[in-house]
Every structure is written in structure tokens, then in C-alpha cells.
Design a protein around this ligand. Structure first.
Ligand SMILES: *Cc1c(COP(=O)(O)O)cnc(C)c1O
Length: 409
């Protein structure tokens, strides 16, 4: 038996090795069991799969292409770097893949409203989009700090008809938004459906979100075979909660010759509170209803986390990543704020691709890996999203260093 086979993990209780599971109040467990049963039934239903595939094709624009970054690769003089262009998806990132799946499931279960947290606003926009498309109400919980930083996405959600609910607790960022959304969900888990934004949370979410994102790796595997006649030598993806990474990795888990790298944000430094490198620095613990690696203080409370990328600053990580780390199948590396910003400008200026700052973390590591792997090798990087949402922030904070002062200066 190959324990890595997609349909063999997690086990019936939602465990990937020692991680995952469901740690929720009893009144919620019944609802989660219903969601699991409904999902497993629909997953096998040709009409559901056909509807989702039709939306991926006609609405999202799938398959997303793979693109050889020829100029950049030549300049490095090492491995060829290919990008899986999730930035070209409708709404600008990979998140629409699981939002459509979750919203379709919610609708089939007769739910009236989808709710969720959002960090950079990408999940909120993707979910608000799916809700508008399918005629569902939508409430998005967002930290006040992120609301200021990611203003265009806030406007998008409102235009799409969603309610954006500001969260003023804690650091006013992603973890606090998850806390608030959980609280709201507990009050009414019957008419609402919590559409989690990554491969995190209690079972069945890490499994379900992975399954919806696995389209990325399935396409990429076929595309790379067609394009180069073989599998890529290495895969690289950034890891916040871990959905774009698991989406790419899943189709390649059994190809032992394919190296896989997840890239976490080391932020400003490895001092507590200055990074969000959960798998690199964390220890097993429980947060938001699941067990996984967790950045925690001595009392076991979630640590303060930080990254220049709002979509990566979460103190937990998907349980399947904890498992893949422990068995050594995936290596987890880091990129700092400064390295990600450097890669953001490199991709923009060498390839005309303005990446999301999240994706720029993967690119930053891939640039180093290309040099060390050397010529004749191929690296496939998940370009998880585009950087439109980040341009004002980058110009304001880093523009001067790159010869592009803030507007009017
Ligand atoms: C949200 C987001 C991420 C981080 O989430 P994962 O679940 O780790 O993929 C990465 N890239 C982009 C563009 C995002 O919007």
C-alpha cells in the first residue's frame, strides 16, 4: 500500500499521520460530520464533478498555462524555471479553485450563506465571487490592519455584494479574523457554511480544500510531460495555510524523483513575532479545531506572527504539511520579506509578471534553487496569484529602494 496515495489520506477521523483531526465543541461536530458525508457523496457524483469542471473551464479559465521564464532562467544560468500561472485565474489567484468547490457544496447542502475569514483579501474576493455566481449570501471577516493594507480587495468584496466585517481583536490580522469567523459560525452552523480559506481547520476541510486544489498539480503534471517529455526535477510553492502548495504537490507525491519545496515566510527575522515560519520553527499543537505544527509561546498560546505577505501570516499550517515534513517527502525552506520583495521586482522586470507577494516568496527560493540545481534541470513554481492587490503597498514601503517613489514623489 502506498500511504501517499491521495485517496488514502486522511484516515476516517481526518488524520494525516499525527496531525489533523477535529477539536471542536460537540454541537459543531454533528454539523461537520454532515458536511463530511455530503462531500464524500458529492465527490463521487458525476453531475457534481461535471458542474465543477465546467466552472473551472468556462468561469475560472482553466487549465492555467505553464510558462517558461526563459530570460530569467538564462540570466541565472542554472535550471529552467517554469511558472504555473494561477495568477491568470479569474479573481487573480488559486483560491477560486476551492471557493467554487466549497460554495457548490454549500448550495447542494441547502445552506443560505457562506462565511469566511480573509487575510490578504484574496480568499474573501474569491468566495464573494463564488457566492455571487451561485446566489448565496456572503459574510467575510477581516482584520482591521489587513483592511487598510488590502483596500482594493475590500472594495471588490463589497461590489460583489458581500458584507465585510472588520475584526478589531488581537493583532487585527488573519488569526483574529479566523477566530471571529469561527465564533460567528458557532452561533449558526445550520444556515451558514464556513468556507475555510486553506487546507486548515477541522476535518473534513483540509481534505476537501486539498481535493479542490489538486486540479493545479494534475494539470501541471500533464503540461510538463507534454512540454518537456518528463516530470520536473523540483516543485516550489509558498506555504501560508498550505493550499496552493498541496494543490501542486498532490499529483506528484508518488514520483519520488520529484523534489518538493514549501517556502515559509521568515519575515524580518526568526525572533518571536517577526516571522510566520510555522513548520520551520513551530511545534505540534492545536488551533482552530485541528492539530498541526503551531507557532506557540510557553503557555501553548498562538504566537504573534508577521510577514510582509498578509496571506502567509498565520501561526498554524495545514496538517498534511506536518505529515509530509515528518516523513521527509517535502522540504520546508524560508524566504524573508527582503528576499520576497527582491523577487517581486525581479519577476516584474525580467518577465513582466507582477506576482502576489505571497508567490514572490516561492519565486525567491526558486531563484536560489535554479542556481544550485544547475543547467538541464527544470523547476516548476506555483505562481499562486498576481500582485495587483500589492502594488500600492509595495510602492509606498519599498518603492524608493527600487527607483519608484510613491505616487507624486
Ligand atoms: C492566500 C494566498 C496564499 C497563501 O495561502 P495557501 O493556502 O498557503 O496557498 C498564497 N498565495 C496567494 C496569491 C494567496 O492569495
Amino acid at each position: 500500500m502506498n500511504i501517499l496515495k491521495n485517496d488514502q489520506l486522511p484516515d476516517a477521523r481526518g488524520y494525516f499521520g499525527a496531525y489533523g483531526g477535529s477539536f471542536v465543541p460537540p454541537q459543531l461536530q454533528g454539523i461537520l460530520d454532515e458536511i463530511t458525508a455530503a462531500y464524500l457523496k458529492l465527490k463521487a457524483e458525476p453531475a457534481f464533478i461535471a458542474e465543477l469542471e465546467g466552472l473551472y473551464r468556462d468561469y475560472v479559465g482553466r487549465p492555467s498555462p505553464v510558462f517558461l521564464a526563459a530570460r530569467l532562467s538564462a540570466e541565472i544560468g542554472g535550471a529552467d524555471i517554469y511558472f504555473k500561472r494561477e495568477d491568470l485565474n479569474h479573481t487573480g489567484a488559486h483560491k477560486i479553485n476551492h471557493c467554487l468547490g466549497e460554495a457548490l457544496l454549500a448550495k447542494r447542502m441547502g445552506k443560505k450563506k457562506v462565511i469566511a475569514e480573509t487575510g490578504a483579501g484574496q480568499h474573501g474576493v474569491a468566495l464573494a465571487t463564488a457566492a455571487a455566481l451561485l446566489g448565496l449570501e456572503c459574510d467575510i471577516y477581516m482584520g482591521e490592519v489587513d483592511i487598510l493594507k488590502e483596500h482594493p480587495n475590500v472594495s471588490r468584496m463589497k461590489i460583489l455584494g458581500a458584507r465585510v466585517i472588520p475584526v478589531a481583536a488581537g493583532l487585527k490580522t488573519l488569526k483574529d479574523a479566523v477566530d471571529a469567523a469561527f465564533e460567528a459560525y458557532l452561533k449558526d452552523p445550520v444556515t451558514q457554511f464556513y468556507a475555510i480559506g486553506s487546507v486548515v481547520g477541522p476535518h473534513p476541510f483540509p481534505m476537501m480544500v486539498r481535493d479542490f486544489q489538486a486540479v493545479v498539480g494534475r494539470e501541471a503534471r500533464r503540461q510538463m510531460l507534454e512540454r518537456t517529455g518528463r516530470l520536473p526535477d523540483a516543485l516550489v510553492a509558498c506555504v501560508g495555510g498550505g493550499s496552493n502548495a498541496i494543490g501542486l504537490f498532490t499529483a506528484f507525491l508518488e514520483d519520488q524523483e520529484v523534489l518538493m519545496y514549501g517556502v515559509e515566510p521568515s519575515g524580518l527575522s526568526f525572533k518571536d513575532g517577526e516571522h510566520a515560519a510555522t513548520l520551520t520553527k513551530g511545534k505540534p499543537g492545536i488551533l482552530h479545531g485541528f492539530k498541526s505544527y503551531l507557532l506557540q509561546d510557553e503557555q501553548g498560546q498562538p504566537q504573534k506572527v508577521y510577514s510582509v505577505a498578509s496571506g502567509l501570516d498565520y501561526p498554524g499550517v495545514g496538517p498534511e504539511h506536518g505529515y509530509l515534513k515528518d516523513i521527509g517527502r517535502v522540504r520546508y525552506e524560508c524566504a524573508s520579506d527582503a528576499e520576497a520583495i527582491e523577487a517581486f521586482f525581479t519577476l516584474s522586470r525580467k518577465e513582466g509578471l507582477i506576482p502576489a507577494i505571497e508567490s514572490a516568496h516561492a519565486a525567491a527560493f526558486a531563484l536560489k534553487l535554479a542556481a544550485s540545481l544547475g543547467k538541464g534541470k527544470n523547476i516548476l513554481v506555483n505562481l499562486s496569484g498576481r500582485g495587483d492587490k500589492d502594488i500600492d503597498f509595495v510602492i509606498e514601503k519599498y518603492g524608493a529602494a527600487y527607483g519608484v517613489g510613491p505616487a507624486g514623489k
